[in-house]
Every structure is written in C-alpha cells, then in structure tokens.
Design a protein around this ligand. Structure first.
Ligand SMILES: [Zn+2]
Length: 351
C-alpha cells in the first residue's frame, strides 16, 4: 500500500499554564519520561533563585548545572559534564540561549530533552534547531526537538517586556518567511512544503489577530502556542525555512555588524516589516499595527540603528545565509538602491 500520510515527531507534552514548574516532577513521572529516576537539570544563569528553588522542590535530588550564555562551548561543557551520569532526561530551564545550550547537549549525549521556558523570547522552545555562538558568530545546529515543552505563565508575565515583544516579532515574522518561500518556489523552483507553511502562517495569524493586551494570560497562551507550532513547522519541513527568510538574514547581519543591538525577535520584527514593505505584501499594514499595539520594534530607530546602519545590515544580509532565496536575493539591489528603499520605509512607517 502506498504511504498515504506522513508522521510528524512532536513533543509528547505541551503544558502552558500558571505555576507549571511546580508540577514538573509529576509531569515527568506520570508520562514515564523518567523511568530510572535520574533527571538532570540545566538552569540559565539569569534564572531567579526563587525559580531555581521551585524546580529543586519539584524534582528533589536532581543535579542542577548552571548554564551561562548561549555558546557552543557552554553546550559542550554541559554535555561533557553529563556524559558519565546517563540521565533519563535533561530538563533545560530558562529563556533563549540557555534552552539552546541544553537542547544541543541533550542531543549530543543522546537523551530526551524537556524544554521549560521562563520567557517567550523566540521559537527555539520546541524547534529542532539550536542557535549557538562560536567565535562571535551565531550558527544554527540541527538537534532533536524536545519531548516535552512547559511554559510557566507566571514567569513569562513577570519577564522583562522586551522578551515577550521579541517572541511576538518572531512569531509574526513567519508571514514574511513564508512569503519568501513562495517567492523561492516560483522563481528558483525550491521545494515547498504546504503543511509546514500552513502551520507557520496560522501560528503568526493567531498572534496577529489575538487582540488582547500583551500581558493578558490569554494572549500569552496564544503566543506560546504559536511559538510551539512554529517549532513543529520547522520539524515538518526539516529546515528553518517556514520561520526564517529575509527577516532573519537582516537580524543575523545586525548581529554581525552591531552585536547586542536587541533581542533576536525584536531585530527580526524590523527585518520582517522591511521585507514585507519591499515585497509589497498585502499584510504589511496589519503587521505594522500589531507591532505598534504591542510595542514591538518596527523601524531601525526602535533598535537604536540609523538609516545608514540598517542599510549596511540589509546589504550584508544575503551573505549570512548563502543559498537561501528571499526578496533580497530576488531584487538583488545595490547599496544606493537599498538606501532609497530604507529611507522610503522609514518615511512610510514613521508615525
Ligand atoms: Zn528566529
């Protein structure tokens, strides 16, 4: 019989709610993720002591490693430290970088990974990709996606506002990424996955049309769901394509030219709005409105960049991801033309 459907590996558990961390131990044993009782925990150095205490009481006796930053070196150190103990599972707790470090380490030692998000900063919480820094450059590494994803809404609500804004930019940028994918399908016959594109688009639209306040639990649940589904879209596609186009190329270029400008999703948001503008997308105004309502950066100035700096990033953007066809590769603009488009973009949206 012909294969009539595909199977998709995704997390066994997705738990998004207040005080989710307190029931972490039960969640691991009830679903038989932990069988021999050996749980290893990796906590980001930025995670508050109170959270660490809650984790320690939820999973008593589990060794806790502290993870500093989001580098490949930190991931290797964590993996080396855990190799001898053979835990049933590695639980990563933190925001952006520390989850990527723990996810890479879990894959390296061949144990399942449980992702516990304390902020909704980017779409790495359920994705098969770890973004890690080495020698000043950020690289994307393919990893096993998490077996469980836990989002504690109390912690997310208490996180600095720019973290949630970054998550909004990340989720909504899927619209721009998928538009680039459609362009690549049409002009360079790139393989296109309609299921992955539908998942990424639907996740973005859920956030775009949510309508509630940024700190409302219902909004945060929608955002968490959108970021989880974005991760699944990447797993379905086997590539970051459904969630990463010109928006991400521009953000990577900002990382290289002007390190530590802003959070990943904040840079991606400006990249997505600019890319949507130069593509002439029908949803550009809706994206702009959504970003304005939630205080997400929209223009280079919102990131602290001037027009010349942002132009330099757009010029450098295609070089950050050779082989990826987006609106930037399609238009193949020279630097003066890019500057004209950047000026027109700022004039159109600076209000
Ligand atoms: Zn991203």
């Amino acid at each position: 019989m012909a294969l009539v459907a595909r199977t998709l590996s995704g997390p066994l558990i997705v738990e998004v709610r207040a005080r989710a961390i307190e029931s972490l131990g039960d969640l691991l044993t009830d679903r038989r993720i932990v069988t021999t009782g050996r749980v290893a925990i990796a906590v980001g150095s930025g995670v508050a002591d109170g959270v660490r205490g809650a984790v320690e009481s939820a999973v008593p006796g589990a060794p806790v490693s502290e993870v500093d930053g989001g580098s490949l070196a930190a991931a290797r150190t964590l993996a080396d430290g855990l190799r001898g103990s053979r835990p049933d599972v590695l639980v990563g707790i933190g925001g952006g970088g520390s989850l990527d470090v723990a996810k890479w380490a879990a894959t390296a030692i061949g144990v399942p990974f449980v992702s516990v998000a304390t902020t909704l900063t980017h779409d790495g919480l359920a994705s098969p990709v770890a973004v890690l820094e080495e020698d000043g450059y950020k690289g994307s590494y393919g990893v096993q996606p998490p077996i469980a994803v836990v989002v504690d809404l109390d912690l997310v609500r208490a996180a600095p506002a720019n973290h949630t804004r970054s998550g909004i930019g990340e989720a909504v940028s899927n619209l721009s990424a998928v538009a680039d994918w459609v362009l690549a399908r049409r002009h360079v016959a790139e393989a296109y996955d309609g299921l992955a594109a539908a998942m990424a688009t639907t996740a973005a639209l859920a956030v775009l049309n949510e309508g509630r306040e940024t700190t409302d639990d219902a909004f945060l649940e929608t955002l968490a769901g959108a970021l989880v589904v974005s991760g699944l879209a990447m797993t379905a596609a086997g590539t970051s394509r459904p969630c990463s186009g010109a928006c991400h190329e521009i953000s990577h270029a900002i990382d290289r030219l002007f390190p530590r400008t802003a959070l990943h999703g904040e840079q991606v948001a400006v990249g997505a709005l600019f890319a949507s503008f130069v593509r002439g997308d029908r949803r550009t105004a809706e994206i702009d409105t959504c970003f304005r309502v939630h205080g997400v950066p929209r223009l280079p100035g919102d990131l602290g960049l001037d027009a010349a700096g942002f132009t330099a990033a757009v010029v450098a953007a295609p070089g950050t991801r050779p082989g990826r066809y987006t609106i930037l590769e399609h238009l193949d603009m020279d630097a003066p033309t890019i500057r004209e488009r950047v000026d027109a973009f700022i004039e159109a949206f600076d209000r």
